[in-house]
Write a protein that binds this ligand. Structure first.
Ligand code: SF4
Length: 314
């Protein structure tokens, strides 16, 4: 397994924190798996579905949890984080990455020289991180540790990447977290896998409407610049249809025309599909073509990431 495919979320018996070497981050990314158990989606390609409890979260549940910043809140959608454990794990992983000791560990020894740098702390994981009642508190912790690392000169430009499906970006508690990170630290990678409601339901199998995703992307893109992440693959033996790709590019154009600042579009495919599963990776040439269409038809920068390590910019 090459170092970019090592995305194991278990690291030194940690409960929350797991470093990875990321092609998209072009360096080490320290992941925080904040919401193990819940998601608003049940994506056909998700590698974590087996661990998930219950059905996807609905729009009604999302609204009811809007201000659940505390674990005791009866409408909280996920368990609160044990902040003392998370802080200890995060400090330890940051120390390893900033000192370079991380790259001496067996699983990271093959890291190419250009990637031997800490790029970010990523709020991601095996569920949707914005569903955590601890989201804002964790953002405040990242801000505090990032500021300290910047102050000491160890990490001149600390960055936190939120990897999200965008369904809860409108909630006040999520906005409080992003505000705590501030524009200099917060970077958002938001999912948009479809251009039509039908494809959205096939890919993301959500119980929240597609319009909520689109509305949230537009509103968030007007507040802060976004990267859009879009998954393409062969679903039940069918590659993505040209009309669907056209509709998806239309959504990107609509977001841009509506005033959303889109810094780039990441076209990727599943690297972890099981053989014979319903979702199989798309070949590099097809991903390259889609990224080229984004550049030509939406006027947005695009990059593609293949299943076996290939990547490029359109
Ligand atoms: S949004 Fe992410 S965590 Fe949720 S089902 Fe999809 S791939 Fe899995």
């Amino acid at each position: 397994m090459n170092v970019f495919q090592h995305h194991d979320r278990s690291f030194e018996n940690n409960r929350y924190v797991y470093p990875v070497i990321s092609r998209r981050s072009r360096g080490a990314s320290i992941g925080i798996d904040l919401t193990h158990e819940r998601c608003t989606f049940r994506c056909v390609y998700c590698s974590e579905l087996a661990k998930r409890e219950g059905d996807p979260v609905t729009q009604e549940e999302l609204s009811a949890s809007a201000d659940a910043d505390k674990g005791a809140h009866p409408q909280a959608l996920a368990r609160p984080a044990a902040m003392d454990v998370l802080e200890s794990e995060l400090k330890s992983a940051l120390g390893l990455a900033l000192s370079g000791q991380l790259f001496q560990l067996a699983q990271f020894r093959e890291t190419p020289p250009a990637f031997r740098r800490l790029n970010d702390i990523a709020l991601s994981g095996s569920g949707e991180p914005t569903l955590s009642p601890s989201f804002a508190e964790v953002c405040r912790l990242i801000r505090r540790l990032g500021d300290a690392a910047r102050g000491s000169g160890e990490w001149p430009a600390p960055k936190a990447v939120l990897i999200t499906n965008a369904t809860a970006l409108h909630l006040p508690r999520v906005q409080r977290g992003l505000e705590a990170l501030g524009p200099e630290m917060a970077e958002i990678w938001a999912k948009l896998d479809a251009g039509t409601e039908a494809h959205y339901l096939s890919m993301n199998r959500a119980r929240v409407p597609f319009s909520l995703v689109l509305d949230n992307l537009l509103a968030e893109g007007r507040r802060r610049p976004l990267f859009i992440q879009s998954m393409f693959g062969v679903l039940e033996g069918e590659p993505p249809q040209p009309a669907e790709i056209g509709a998806w590019i239309g959504r990107l154009r609509d977001l841009k025309a509506g005033g959303a600042a889109i810094r780039g579009v990441q076209v990727y495919t599943s690297a972890r599909s099981s053989r014979g599963g319903p979702f199989q990776p798309l070949p590099d040439e097809a991903l390259r073509d889609i990224a080229g269409r984004v550049r030509d038809e939406a006027g947005l920068p695009a990059a593609w990431y293949g299943a076996s390590g290939g990547m490029g910019e359109a």
